[in-house]
Each structure stands twice: as C-alpha cells, then as structure tokens.
Design a protein around this ligand. Sequence first.
Ligand SMILES: NC(=O)c1ccc[n+]([C@@H]2O[C@H](COP(=O)([O-])OP(=O)(O)OC[C@H]3O[C@@H](n4cnc5c(N)ncnc54)[C@H](O)[C@@H]3O)[C@@H](O)[C@H]2O)c1
Ligand SMILES: Nc1ncnc2c1ncn2[C@@H]1O[C@H](COP(=O)(O)OP(=O)(O)OP(=O)(O)O)[C@@H](O)[C@H]1O
Length: 524
Amino acid sequence: MNTAKNNSSELLGNAHYVAQENGPNPLIANSEQGIKEMVEQPHVDGIEDHLVEFSEAITTVSKVLRRAAEGKVSAQAEAAEWKRKYEVERERNLQLEPKDLTFTEHKGDCSEQQVGRDSIQHLQPMPDTAKTSQRCCGEHGICSHEVLRESYSNVQCKITKKASFKLQWCNITDKDDQHKHDIVSFEKGNITTAERSSKQISLKWESPPQNVLILTKPHSTSVKVLCAEMVRWLKEKEKLNIYVEPRVRNDLLTESVYYNFVQTWNDEQEIWRLHEIVDLVVTLGGDGTVLWAASKFKGPVPPVVPFSLGSLGFMTPFYSERYKECLKSILKGPMSITLRHRLQCHVIRDAAKSEYENEGPILVLNEVTIDRGISSFLTNLECYCDNSFVTIVQGDGLILSTTSGSTAYSLAAGGSMVHPQVPGILFTPICPHSLSFRPLILPEHVTLRIQVPFNSRGHAWASFDGKDRKQLAPGDALVCSMAAWPVPTACRGDSTSDFFHSIHDGLHWNLRKTQSFDGPPRES
Ligand SMILES: NC(=O)c1ccc[n+]([C@@H]2O[C@H](COP(=O)([O-])OP(=O)(O)OC[C@H]3O[C@@H](n4cnc5c(N)ncnc54)[C@H](O)[C@@H]3O)[C@@H](O)[C@H]2O)c1
Ligand SMILES: Nc1ncnc2c1ncn2[C@@H]1O[C@H](COP(=O)(O)OP(=O)(O)OP(=O)(O)O)[C@@H](O)[C@H]1O
C-alpha cells in the first residue's frame, strides 16, 4: 500500500514538473485537480499488487545481472590463477624429469673429490630440487657410486661405498656395449624405429653389493621366522650389512642378542637418504609390502627383490622356500629387471596463497584414486590432460594408474591389464553414471589435472596406493604426471614371462574348461 501511495505522489510530482517546464497550461492546471481526485479515489483492485510485483521483478533482474557480471569476472580471474598454478606445476615436473629416460652404463664421472665432499655431509632431509641436482651422473643413468658417511647410532661413522651396477638392454648387439639413444631415426626422411624403450632390461653389478635392506610384512609369524633365518644367512655366508626397520630390529633382538649387528634408522628423516646406502632391497610379504618398500624411496630406488608371502603376489615372483639359491644368483648377477614406472602426484589447495604452501609430491607405484569417500553424493571431477579438457567424471571416482597398477584397483574398475613395461597412464572411472564412459590409456608424457569444481556438492578424497587419504575441497586439484624415479624389481624369468605367470596363476585369467573333441560334426 505504501508503495502504491509513493507511486501516486510520484505521478503528481511529475505532473507539476511538466507544468513548470512548459509554462502555465490551463489544461494541465485543470487536470491537476482531476488527477488528485483520481489518485484519492479508491484504486482499482490489483493495480498496487501488480506494481509491487513489477518493481520486485525489476529489482531481482538487476540483482541477477549484477551477480552474473561479478561471477564472470571472478571465474575469469580464477581460471587465470589455475592456469598459472598448472603451468608452474608442469614446469616443475618437466624440470624433475631426467633429460634422457634411458638407463645405460655409468660413466664414472662423479669424481673422488665430489665423493669426498658428499661423504662429510650428515644425513639430512633434502628438498626435492636439491635431491634432483645431486644426481651427479643423472644425464644418462642411475648414479650408484655415491659414497656417504653413516651417522646411525650403532655404526661408528664408517664410510661405505655403494655398489655400482650397469643397466642395459638385454639383446644388445653393439660391440662397444653402448645403448643407442635415438628411439626414432629420421635419417634422409626415412622414419625408422632404432630402439624400443620397452625391451627387457638386464642389471649387471660392477662392484659387489654390500648393503641389503630387508622390509617385512608386519604381524606374520612365518615372515618373522623367514626374516631371522635370511638375516643370519646373508651375514654369515654372504658377509653383507643388513638394514631393517626399527620394529624388525627390536623383534630380532628380542629373539637373540646375536642380531646386534643388524642396523636400522632412528627417525623418519634418515629414511630420506636410504637410497644412498642400500644396494638391494628384499621384501618379504605380498604386493602391499612391495608398495610399502617403494613408498620409502622418494627419489631413486635400489633394485627390489620381492619374495612371495602373501595370497596373490602379482609383483612378488620369488618363492620364499628357495631364497638362498635365488639371492645367490641375484647377488652374482646379471638379473633381468622390470622398471616399474611411478606417478608423481601433487595436491594443490585452493586455499594455498602460493605454490610453495602446497604439500610435497607423493609417488605411487600402483595408482592414485580420487573418490567420494564417505560422502553419499556423486563425485564431480573435472579432468584436464595438458591443455585439453578431457571430461567430467560423475560417479564414484577416478583411478589414475600406472601400468603396474593396471592389475590392481584399475582392473577391478574395468580397466585393461597392461604389461608393466609399457609406458602409459591409465585413466579408469569408478562406477561412472554414464553408459559410454570407457577407460583410457594415455601416453607417459602427459600431465593430468583433476579438479573438484567449486559447485561440487561434496568433497572428494585422494588416496595413494590405497593409503594416506587426503580430503579435496571444492577448488582443490590433484596434478599427476609420470615420476622420474621408477622402481626396478628383479624378475624370476623376464618381465614378460613373469607378467604372464602372474595373470595366469594370480588372476586365473581366461581360465575355462577346454571343449571336448566329441560334439557337433565338423564343418568340411
Ligand atoms: N576393489 C579393489 O580391487 C581395490 C580396492 C581398494 C584397493 N585396491 C588395491 O589395493 C592396493 C593396496 O594394496 P595393499 O596390499 O596395501 O592392500 P590390501 O591388503 O587391501 O590388498 C589389496 C589386494 O590387491 C592386490 N594388489 C596390490 N597391488 C597389485 C598389483 N599391482 N597387481 C595385482 N594385484 C595387486 C594385493 O595382492 C591384494 O590382494 C591399492 O593400490 C589398490 O590397487 C583394490
Ligand atoms: N613393513 C611394513 N610396515 C608397515 N606396513 C606394511 C609393511 N609391509 C606391508 N605393510 C602393509 O601390510 C598390509 C599387508 O601387506 P601385504 O599385502 O604385503 O600382505 P598380504 O595382505 O598378506 O598379501 P596379499 O594381499 O597378497 O594377501 C599392506 O596394507 C601393506 O601396506
């Protein structure tokens, strides 16, 4: 009603204004009285309501238009900020990648002087960039010549030289034993593939391994018994230095003080430099123990020899009953290895003021999973590959898997099984609510970004090799690319025969009773 009155007085005001502007106008002067009367008359039913509705509608429209304009500006600013963060991340990943991903013989170019300098450094955690630049032989191979001072409490500052080894393609024919770096040759316009990256790789020791780290699955009596026996044998027969986790050392000492020679570390920070001490890692357990072992190495990983003491053992080809024969052969070399690629994942927080506030990288051997956690809402994940938009995942989540992980969670979600030596990243949705969402396999060189959109109904959760869950709020993202540090695992036969053995024995792949010979008459 008040609004209606205001509108009436506005009308009157306008009439006065018109009158003043155009000089005295008898018609208007007379009509002024008429208008007054009209206005004072009871209004026709509904007019005020319409005016109220109209003015409210106009206000709403203007608010919406203003919000849309503001939203567009902030979305543009946000997109620019994400692009910047993404570029910084990509740049960092590119810098972390070795210049040449082929691993060949060690050229011995880390001088004794350098070695001497390194040797007086204490075991301190290093930032990733420092670790990368420490790869003195990094251009063409794994540096296995690092020398360091052991600062463990139970070791009297002994200088240990890490055993060096050489990695080469198995069927090398060149006389000088030198691997050709050109994978594709474009000579004279003819395109030929000179070398393939996924050939069988062989590891040959150049100096005998001295330090062995044994990692064991916890809470298993058979593992404890085998570990104690193996430690004794490696010490007495092979004269090796043995490292175990603090928990395992305590277990061994509880059994007997004989195991006093076994070495361990005092705090988590010392684990950062394990790769500089350890020549060989032995795992006793299932696939989970191999994943555990890989997670201990944030940079280069020494060769891993996985013994099977679990139920499935996809990545554990060695039989624990025959450990002596097997370890003898491995310590002597050469051995076939599978270079298992890892993915490097960064969680990028929307709330982080700068890229330095984001959490450090996490390396996974199997996969990183982004799912809905305990939320009952559909996950809503925007996926980008390099500069291309890929899709929006609406379902239970998404798995970004290595080819080694292709037989784990990704397989359960409908992804392909891929030979572990094939370089690539599997993009496998989990229960997508769409009929046409097939899994993808992407090339190794891409960078993927999975973003929880701002309008997402819930949070998402990232987990790394099935562990270490991290919540992703709307606006947060996970950036993932191939890591520079693969996990070299020893093969019982070779990469391919071990892979087929695992899918046959572990997964009973395509197991079906053979059709009998007698049946319908054969076609002539
Ligand atoms: N639905 C699923 O299949 C599912 C669900 C969650 C996690 N996982 C897998 O479990 C892994 C963690 O393993 P864990 O041992 O710590 O947990 P776990 O004890 O729950 O065992 C998971 C199972 O996956 C098998 N496995 C692990 N890596 C494998 C691989 N590369 N190829 C074939 N099988 C493999 C293990 O042998 C084990 O039987 C995760 O990386 C993930 O791949 C699978
Ligand atoms: N040294 C370790 N310290 C702590 N946890 C470990 C260690 N080794 C393995 N684990 C964890 O113990 C769990 C079981 O290990 P693993 O998968 O090797 O044995 P398993 O379950 O008996 O094998 P399988 O799955 O083949 O039956 C995994 O979640 C793994 O992460």
